[in-house]
Write a protein that binds this ligand. Structure first.
Ligand code: NAP
Length: 293
């Protein structure tokens, strides 16, 4: 089999950033202020710190304004609700995110429900989830829409494919199932959504033309689970200890890349696949929020 197409999320995201940068320059030349994304970060979780830093860096790159609001992990739920309320009413803020996970004493759904849906650039508010389900214009959740955009921009036509998704979380697997089943391209797939209670998982995987792994189980998908010629998207990003690295860890995907890649028509790397596309989609949503009215 010919060597697989590497679905280069890093390069594709850079292309999207270039487009946003150019559009933003035009907007500024017309006398309008740049879009502003605010990020709320609670506590000192290493992963969250790093995700938020990447989001802010991406804003700088395209000329968007950004605002980082940091709080200690003992902030109360009511105090955090006041922060959200302030952002909802701040005309300078086009969109904002509250980085997850939140400390256990804070109910993430209460916070999510308090976010103004018109500023919910993560696309997690029930109003936006519902609009997506109905196929109405909305903020699409960043990781699933980033995956669709990665496929589209790399010439993968999904129409008619049997897509098998491993993982049904509300931020990745479940919304991706909806997007891939939409009557449009990318979409028009027949979708099987698997989870930890799925029976005969391997048999489902072997029927996949498009296999998406979003479980957080490093190296779970092995060569014997993949149909030759399949397109494989690896969403998993787990920090695995690696004493040889300065950071002390390495990011590992859910797919055993070295043994699976030779079988595939196309495959995403980890890192450099879905991750950068997630951030590019967040920028796209922020642009949409700023230019909506
Ligand atoms: P999550 O909320 O923990 O969900 C994991 C899903 O995997 C659940 O639906 C779970 O099933 C399923 N699962 C776990 N073990 C399984 C097994 N043995 N067989 C079948 N299904 C199994 O995780 P998430 O937030 O969706 O994230 C998943 C991974 O993607 C993580 O590595 C995360 O870091 C990564 N991620 C990456 C990006 C990015 O931009 N690259 C963005 C978001 C997430 P149940 O529902 O039955 O428990």
């Amino acid at each position: 089999m010919a060597s697989p197409l590497l679905l280069d999320g890093k390069g594709t995201a850079a292309q999207i950033r270039e487009e946003l940068k150019a559009a933003n320059s035009q907007r500024r030349a017309a006398g309008q202020r740049p879009p502003l994304l605010a990020a709320v970060l609670v506590g000192n979780d290493g992963g969250s710190e790093s995700y938020v830093a990447h989001k802010i860096k991406a804003c700088v790159e395209v000329g968007f304004e950004s605002r980082l609001l940091r709080f200690a992990s003992n902030i109360s739920q009511n105090e955090l609700l006041s922060v959200v309320n302030g952002l909802n009413h701040d005309d300078q803020v086009d969109g904002f995110i509250v980085q997850l996970p939140l400390p256990p004493h804070i109910d993430a759904q209460v916070i999510n429900l308090a976010i103004d849906p018109t500023k919910d650039v993560d696309g997690f508010h029930p109003v936006n989830v519902g609009r997506m389900a109905l196929g109405l214009p909305t903020f699409l959740p960043a990781t699933p829409s980033g995956i669709c955009e990665l496929l589209r921009r790399n010439g993968i036509v999904t129409s008619g494919m049997h897509a098998v998704i491993l993982g049904r979380s509300a931020i990745v697997g479940a919304p991706l199932a909806q997007l891939l089943a939409r009557p449009q391209e990318p979409g028009n797939c027949t979708v099987t959504l698997c989870h930890s209670r799925t029976q005969a998982l391997k048999e489902h995987c072997l029927r996949a033309d498009l296999l998406v792994a979003a479980m957080g189980k490093p190296g779970f998908v092995t060569a014997d689970m993949v149909k030759p010629g399949a397109v494989v998207v690896d969403v998993g990003t787990t920090r695995v200890e690696d004493r040889h690295r300065q950071s002390g860890f390495v990011l590992r995907g859910d797919v055993a890349f070295d043994e699976v890649a030779p079988l595939c028509r196309a495959i995403t790397p980890v890192p450099g696949g879905v991750g950068p596309m997630t951030i590019a989609s967040l920028l796209t949503n922020t642009w949409q929020a700023a230019t909506a009215s």
